[in-house]
Design a protein around this ligand. Structure first.
Ligand code: IVH
Length: 682
């Protein structure tokens, strides 16, 4: 590598201008949040700079390439803060803020209003950055306030942190700058998603994520975490003087340091409270987490007079907003059933106050989420409730487990009605399919009476809710037990409207099977599937306890539909409801079945041939197919008939075993004839 002195002037010039340019773009991107070039153009400049630096060995101390590339450390060195890093006193109400103001006036022996500054309180990690003659030489954590850890190499990876102070104007000989390193909420969520995908434990909040990212012995990990800094104060400073905090902040801003997102001066405590209110209002829209506002006496002279207690200055206070998070115990995990039958798990907590509201339960979204977050009964959960958002469990604290925690299985029955449930492959939702589930009844009845269903005029949302609330319909069967007097006793109903209702209920008593099936609102059974079923089954009772094979043999009927039907018609209570409806009220017609039989006499029937028949096997198979039947080679529970010729072989035994009817070729011909001649025979 050539010595520095050999570097041609024009290369030095180019490197210097590239460093300036890249730093400039970093500032625009990371501090001002308004880039002026594309990422690709930025990358080009950056790569050119690296290339020249490597070739000529001419690397400026403020070069952006120096932010990364340091090797991992064994452990952090300790650093003593020249001026201790204090903490802040807290106020939780306006009254406590007024008390703070009174105290200050008293200590200063002043009657007139004090000038304060108001800025957000960043929820991150306090940091001291030492600049000597304009260069960042050290960065240390707060530690115990007196002594922290040397995290210089990590802090240098934060792009918004200037490595060199702008030369325009005075550059202090020494400056211990203080600020908060934080992670934006969006980045925190992304990081947690990545960690969970990699099987690593998630961070509980952006503050922990920022702290975890700064306290990394390998700076390349910190570099990958996209951290930010907000500067809010100073320790020792030499070579430049400031009258007040706002002047210092303004100077920092001009020198391209990142300062708090909002900053206001306010004279008198009432104006301060208004400014605090403005921050609280903006709180949800900030990209970073803030748990309060920091209020400081602006004038440095007054700050000095006021001085500090052991741990906190007297001239500043943090006004805390209501917390968004709290931890509490999960007492139970239960399922709630929505109007569409979806069973959603929720956690029951030991009551905990979050953001001024007592939270006793929260949704757990779905059963996969419980598994993914490994949430158990008895766990201590971190619960979040931000703004208007409903509370949710962020994570459980596994370190607090005692071993007595219980996992919760996916429910096998509906928690409301004990009915059968389905969970489809690849789907997270678990649903109750019971017709008599109180949680779904209203919704189901509205669908039942709706268009394309039973068409009961007047069975809209309002009337159904009314009938339900008056206890007049507690189940499907009750619809047809309604009497005119029942309606006359309801608000909004008179003689005519009550008669109309009774008439429309009466008119709905002779549905087609297709409409009736559709009106039951079985999952995945729309009009098309309902019609298909009506074509294949004469009566609704043919579907009771139906075997999945029977359904999967129906052409064009999907697997999901078949599965859903099997569960629905496998539920004893559903069958009971349907039986009662038929026995007490309905006369179901099925023109679709009749029409289908007329066209193709063997439709829906499965045949298997064995042995030698009087005609070639292929010919018999063609006859079957031509009449709408299906000829297959293997016997199963699906087979309707085995046509046995001479020397039938093992299929005959199999048929006996499965209870499949065996017929001769002659009987087969008779069957065909009888079915095409008189379809109603079947
Ligand atoms: S001023 C003498 N301003 O809050 C103390 N602190 O709870 C000077 N913090 O340790 C602190 N945002 O880490 C100040 N705008 C802000 C702040 C802020 C966050 C942190 C800081 C401090 C802690 C005290």
């Amino acid at each position: 590598m050539p010595e520095k002195k050999d570097v041609p002037q024009e290369i030095k010039d180019e490197i210097e201008s590239l460093v300036k340019e890249v730093n400039d773009h970093n500032y625009r991107y990371y501090v001002l949040d308004s880039p002026v070039i594309t990422d690709e153009d930025y990358d080009k400049l950056y790569r050119r700079l690296i290339q020249l630096e490597e070739k000529y060995g001419y690397i400026l101390p403020e070069s952006p390439t120096k932010r990364v590339g340091a090797a991992p450390l064994e452990k952090f060195a300790k650093i003593r803060h020249a001026v201790p890093m204090l903490s802040l006193d807290n106020a939780f109400s306006h009254d406590e803020m007024r008390e703070f103001d009174r105290r200050i006036k008293k200590l200063l022996n002043r009657k007139e209003d004090i000038e304060y500054t108001v800025e957000p309180k960043y929820d991150g990690l306090a940091m001291e950055l030492t600049y000597e003659n304009g260069f960042l030489v050290r960065a240390s954590t707060r530690g115990d306030g007196y002594e922290g850890e040397d995290v210089t190499r990590n802090i240098k990876t934060i792009r918004s942190v200037p490595i060199k102070i702008e030369e325009d104007g005075v550059v202090p000989e020494l400056m211990d700058l203080r600020g908060e390193v934080y992670m934006e909420i969006g980045e925190f969520k992304k990081l947690n998603r990545r960690r969970e995908a990699a099987g690593e434990p998630p961070f509980a909040n952006p503050r922990n994520a920022a702290a975890g990212s700064v306290r990394q012995l390998d700076p390349s990990i910190t570099a990958s975490r996209r951290l930010f800094l907000a500067c809010y104060g100073m320790g020792v400073i030499k070579g430049v003087e400031f009258r007040d905090h706002s002047g210092f902040m303004e100077w920092l801003r001009k020198k391209r340091f990142p300062v708090p997102a909002t900053f206001e001066k306010a004279v008198g405590i009432e104006r301060v409270l208004e400014a605090v209110g403005r921050i609280e209002q903006k709180r949800e829209s900030f990209a970073f987490e803030t748990d309060g506002a920091v209020i400081k006496v602006n004038d440095f002279g007054l700050q000095q007079t006021l001085g500090s207690k052991t741990r906190e200055p007297r001239w500043a206070i943090a006004y805390k907003f209501a917390a968004h998070q709290a931890s509490t115990k999960i007492k139970d995990i239960r399922g709630s059933v929505g109007r569409t039958g979806v069973i959603t798990p929720y956690a029951v907590f030991e009551p905990v106050r979050i953001g001024g509201v007592t939270v006793t339960k929260s949704t757990l979204h779905n059963w996969d989420e419980i598994k993914r977050k490994d949430i158990r009964i008895g766990d201590t959960a971190v619960v979040e409730r931000a703004g208007d958002v409903i509370p949710h469990v962020l994570m459980v604290i596994k370190e607090k487990r005692t071993g007595a925690e219980k996992t919760v299985p996916v429910p096998k029955h509906c928690p409301v009605c004990e009915g059968a449930v389905v969970r489809e492959e690849g789907e997270v939702a678990v649903r109750c399919v019971s017709l008599s589930c109180p949680a779904q009844l209203q919704e189901k009845i509205i669908h039942f009476g709706g268009r394309n269903g039973m068409e009961i005029e007047g069975f809209g949302e309002k009337n159904v809710a009314l009938l339900y609330s008056k206890g007049l319909i507690k189940n499907f069967e009750d619809i047809y037990r309604l009497k005119k007097e029942d309606f006359l006793n309801l608000p909004r109903f008179a003689e005519k409207s009550a008669s109309n209702m009774i008439n429309s209920i009466e008119r709905s008593k002779t549905p087609t099977l297709a409409r009736f099936i559709y009106s039951l609102g079985i999952m995945h059974v729309g009009e098309y599937a309902a019609r298909l079923l009506a074509k294949n089954f004469a009566r609704i009772s043919d579907l009771y306890h139906i075997k999945p094979e029977k359904l999967s043999a129906i052409k064009h009927l999907g697997d999901k539909t078949a599965n859903s039907l099997t569960v629905f018609f496998g539920d004893e209570k559903n069958i009971k409801t349907l039986e009662t409806l038929e026995a007490e009220s309905l006369r179901i017609q099925n023109p679709d079945f009749t029409a289908a039989r007329k066209k193709l006499p063997l439709e829906g029937m499965n045949f298997v041939i064995t042995g030698t028949l009087p005609r070639p096997r292929k010919e018999v198979e063609d006859m079957i197919e031509a009449d709408g039947g299906h000829a297959s080679s293997a016997i199963s529970g699906n087979t309707d008939y085995l046509i046995a010729g001479e020397k039938p072989g093992s299929k005959l035994d199999k048929a006996k075993e499965l209870g499949v009817k065996t017929i001769s070729y002659e009987e087969f011909l008779k069957l065909m004839k009888s079915r095409s001649g008189n379809p109603s025979l079947f």
